[in-house]
Design a protein around this ligand. Structure first.
Ligand SMILES: C[S@@+](CC[C@H](N)C(=O)[O-])C[C@H]1O[C@@H](n2cnc3c(N)ncnc32)[C@H](O)[C@@H]1O
Length: 274
């Protein structure tokens, strides 16, 4: 049965009430879900009229389990992406980085999507540039299986380590939403995050830049001169990385910001002289 013990102010809904869009929206809204109507729509669609299934889906959602794991997919850059339980759910905040990666990728170019998760960025790239070669990597077995199911050419292992050596020096774009949350800030993430997701997706070391720096250092081996490095980051991490980027031979370093002016990423080009 639906366990509303954690949420005592709710009326225990009957199965048939859950099937009503308005009632389910109200239930989810009362439970604190901001996009309650969209979530109700998605849960009803996933249950396809089966009340028992709907009941168990709603029960899972009320525990805080990510909606994408429950319904099995999300839309990223307008592309339907399968999301398996246990795999990081791509965030809409990463879409501008993916779109910028598309812009930097020639029609028949080569791209690497590091820490690919579901393969959402890799899929975005191949959808927009069907004649490009896009390879991806992730260290997590479930992510690799999910990315493969999403059609990515994906390799399991640490960052660049599992990728085909033949690509060295020929890559137009290295893009990554790598873990970049400072370890001390992990407890500040949403309450439900680690009830379901793994710190492996978030933990960027003491100041959050540990993996970002590893990618900056290793990318020149794969990038062609003039190729782009695009990394998601946050806080003031761009400033912390700027000098090292210059020292490593990157030029035209640009901080990517969202509509609120917050730092969301960094774009750099591998210069000719190193
Ligand atoms: C924040 S998630 C991003 C996933 C995907 N890029 C996205 O935006 O949806 C980070 C991913 O990095 C993977 N990861 C963590 N450390 C890694 C490493 N050293 N090498 C490869 N993948 C790693 C995790 O398994 C996780 O899937």
């Amino acid at each position: 049965m639906l366990d509303l013990g954690r949420q005592p102010r709710f009326h225990r809904p009957r199965n048939r009430d859950l099937a009503d869009l308005e009632a389910l929206t109200a239930l989810l809204s009362d439970a604190g879900f901001l996009s309650a109507k969209e979530e109700a729509d998605a849960l009803l669609a996933r249950a396809a009229g089966d009340l028992e299934v709907l009941h168990s889906l709603v029960e899972r959602r009320l525990t805080g389990e990510p909606l994408a794991w429950i319904v099995g997919h999300i839309s990223f850059c307008g592309v339907a992406i399968r999301v398996d339980p246990g795999v990081y759910v791509p965030r809409w905040q990463s879409e501008p980085l993916a779109r910028r990666a598309v812009e930097r990728l020639p029609a028949d170019g080569v791209a690497i999507d590091l820490c690919t998760g579901t393969g959402a960025i890799a899929r975005t790239l191949t959808t927009a540039r069907p004649f490009a070669r896009v390879v991806a990597s992730d260290i997590d077995e479930r992510a690799v299986a999910c990315a493969a199911a999403n059609g990515a050419e994906v390799y399991r292992g640490d960052l660049f380590e599992p990728l085909p050596r033949i690509l060295e020096g020929h890559v137009d774009v290295v893009v990554g939403v790598v873990p970049y949350v400072p370890t001390p800030a992990l407890p500040l993430l949403q309450r439900d995050t680690f009830a379901f997701e793994s710190p492996l997706s978030y933990d960027g070391g003491p100041d959050g830049t540990k993996i970002l720096r590893r990618v900056m250092i290793d990318s020149p081996r794969f990038l062609r001169h003039g190729g782009a490095l695009l990394l998601e980051l946050g806080g003031k991490q761009a400033d912390a990385l700027r000098d090292d980027l210059a020292r490593l031979g990157y030029v035209d370093v640009t901080v990517l910001r969202d509509e609120d002016g917050d730092e969301r990423g960094i774009e750099a080009t591998l210069g000719a002289q190193r």
